[in-house]
Design a protein around this ligand. Structure first.
Ligand code: GUN
Ligand code: FE
Length: 446
């Protein structure tokens, strides 16, 4: 075993399967110097035995006292994974909630994104959004930036400096975009290549580039083709939007009359594979879902955004039945809230709404929503072997939650079990309950 440099003692809560949350009291997690979990022993029945083990480990591994963390009545959960967020749109979060997608893009979103040419403007918004994400326990985030290489690199630098794990995408759009916010095909391809190389050359394993065609309507065939090639050459992840809004779907049909479906458009340009994350996917046909499953493509479920922009409700059961990789996304600022806890709540409401409609849909439980926010997200970014829950060999991306924090939105009563308290945190908790945050073993300031 690698040497333990930090030891956590107390209650661990994480998902092991979709329906199964494990609550492990009287447990120990040991972290090695690379930020990897090197020791995990759970549910000591005898507290003396637990204390003996702490003593034994502290001598064997020479762990200083200040590196033994007694979590008391707090509990440890994995960091949240936001599989879809637009960092520049944080500027607008909580505003512009009155229009459907295509009008919303035109009136609110393109204008604000075009301002990121100005690095000062970008720095202000990007510092704030990364901080806000961390405050809300998001240890991994898939960000869309804007078309601007310099500002996109700045976002990568800010996330990197703050210690967040992030996929950063320079957005690509060379058609059907306003004059003040559009690129030529050539610039888009060259700039994306340059961006990918710059990010990779930084050598920070936590910060990865992700190829980001905004969505089919804003990318020419030539651009889509080039991005497909580049993503395959560099073996990067890919992110885009798919089947979010009915007008958008009709538009894609009119742009590609010869291609079977919106999903097939991405497939046609080699952008639909096991490294792709498609956001929304609200109105997919059975055939399209089947294609996604066949291609092992991931779906980012963004219920806050889908409600706010009146896009529609994804049927998560249909997706889960096909064993498609599924995670949660805030979709800032189509989604107005930066917290994955809020997304979990809306994912449950969205699922309940399917039950109202057909009487058969099995509503998502809070345990399942928690799975999607953690293990589900880790599968979406193909990092199931590294993050998402606590196992020896995985990176330590974790939150210490304090349900008793001052000014807490949670009231705990005498007979509440740990599971009740955990459920109260999922439904009522917020950033005031986050006591400490770790990413790859490193304590993060927020
Ligand atoms: N489709 C294309 N661009 C966007 C965007 O910025 N947000 C959302 N929600 N959908 C999109
Ligand atoms: Fe989006």
């Amino acid at each position: 075993m690698d040497k333990i440099v930090k030891l956590f003692k107390g209650t661990i809560i994480h998902s092991v399967e979709l329906e199964k949350v494990e609550i492990l009291t009287n447990s120990l997690v040991g972290i090695g110097k690379e930020g990897i979990i090197v020791y995990l022993k759970s549910a000591f029945e005898d507290l003396n035995q637990l204390e003996d083990q702490v003593k034994k480990l502290s001598v064997e591994h020479e762990i200083p006292n200040e590196c033994i963390v007694d979590m008391g009545n707090k509990f440890l959960i994995p960091g949240f994974i936001d599989t879809h967020a637009h960092a520049p749109q944080y500027h607008n979060a909580g505003t512009g909630t009155d229009l459907p997608l295509l009008k919303w893009l035109e009136k609110y979103t393109f204008p604000v994104e075009s301002k990121f040419k100005d690095l000062k403007f970008a720095e202000n918004v990007y510092s704030k959004v990364v901080n806000r994400m961390l405050k809300n326990g998001t240890t991994t985030c898939c960000y869309y930036a804007t078309i601007h290489v310099e500002a996109s690199e700045l976002l990568a630098n800010i996330a990197g400096e703050r210690g967040q794990r992030a996929f950063i995408g320079k957005v690509c759009m060379d058609r059907h975009s306003p004059d003040h916010y559009i690129e030529t095909t050539e610039d888009s391809l060259n700039d994306t290549k340059e961006f990918v190389e710059r990010i990779l050359s930084k050598g920070n394993p936590l910060i990865q580039p992700i190829i980001t065609p905004r969505f089919a309507p804003s990318c020419t065939n030539l651009l889509m083709e080039g991005l497909g090639k580049l993503a395959n050459e560099k073996k990067t992840l890919i992110q885009s939007h798919l089947s979010e809004n009915k007008d958008e779907i009709e538009w894609v049909k009119s742009l590609y009359p010869g291609i079977e479906s919106y999903t097939h458009v991405y497939k046609h340009f080699d952008l639909l594979n096991e490294r792709t994350i498609m956001a929304h996917c609200v109105h997919l046909s059975e055939e399209e879902l089947h294609l996604i499953s066949e291609q092992q493509t991931s779906i980012s479920h963004c219920p806050i955004s889908n409600f706010t922009l009146s896009s529609g409700n994804l049927d998560v059961r249909k997706v889960l039945k096909k064993n498609i990789k599924l995670g949660l996304g805030t979709d800032l600022s189509g989604g107005y809230h930066p917290s994955i806890l809020q997304v979990m709540r809306d994912s449950i409401k969205c699922s309940n709404s399917h039950f109202f409609i057909d009487g058969e849909h099995k509503p998502l439980t809070f345990e399942e929503a928690f799975y999607l926010a953690t293990v589900g997200g880790s599968r979406v970014v193909n990092m199931e072997d590294r993050i998402g829950n606590f196992q020896v060999g995985k990176d330590f991306d974790a939150q210490i939650i304090d349900p008793f924090a001052p000014n807490t939105p949670i009231d705990v009563f005498e007979n509440d079990t740990i599971k009740d308290i955990f459920q109260k945190f999922i439904y009522l908790g917020d950033d005031r309950n986050l006591s400490s945050l770790y990413i790859k073993g490193k304590k993060i300031n927020f």
